[in-house]
Write a protein of this length. Structure first.
Length: 199
């Protein structure tokens, strides 16, 4: 699902409600037919991962950045990297998953797309979420990196629910559902081709 709308339409607010990082005072959100309000916050957040536009890179190894403090195996870390299609690149580095990245290690020169795959997508996948929330996750990347990551996400269809907040129509083209917001309300929804038949 892609959520479209101009600046101030309420896209990020809706995403934060879905992530339960801000409260909502009416209605409810359902995950697998269960009201989110009836699920503990910790349990819910174990099922949902958020990837933001600004990637938070820790000072540490690539493996530590993907694990993000979770007690997971090296095999799980590598599986997440494979899903994010960054495993082969990591393996090509002299120190592999032990390569240190972050502000304290400026000599490790990674592109924005590579960092987003490591500290964004792979980190999210490592938690095995049912739902992946993307808040303009590719908008800060160069066009080639953005297209590449969009293709990676398309391969996730059927494996997990992906809800993407974006202002770029290109990102929404392959979505099963497009929701257009305006002034905090749903203006219309449907397939992209139905909503924009002229494109």
């Amino acid at each position: 699902c892609s959520i479209l709308g101009s600046s101030g339409a309420g896209k990020s607010t809706l995403l934060h409600c879905l992530a339960r990082s801000i409260p909502y005072d009416s209605g409810d959100i359902y995950l697998d037919d269960q009201a989110v309000s009836e699920t503990s916050l910790n349990s819910y957040r174990e099922q949902v991962a958020v990837v933001f536009q600004e990637t938070m890179v820790l000072n540490g190894t690539i493996a530590e950045n993907i694990a993000f403090g979770r007690d997971i195996t090296q095999a799980a870390i590598e599986k997440a990297a494979q899903e994010a299609e960054i495993h082969d690149f990591i393996e090509s580095l002299p120190k592999g998953y032990s390569t240190e990245i972050g502000e304290d290690f400026p000599t490790t020169n990674l592109s924005g797309g590579q960092l987003q795959r490591i500290a964004g997508l792979a980190r999210a996948f490592a938690g095995c979420p049912k739902v992946l929330l993307l808040d303009e996750a590719t908008s800060g990347l160069d066009p080639e990196s953005e297209r590449s990551i969009i293709k990676t996400l398309e391969k996730m269809k059927g494996k997990r629910t992906i809800i993407s907040v974006t202002h770029r129509h290109e990102t929404a083209l392959s979505s099963d559902l497009v929701v257009i917001l305006d002034a905090g309300k749903v203006l219309k929804s449907g397939k992209y081709a139905e909503l924009y038949p002229e494109t």
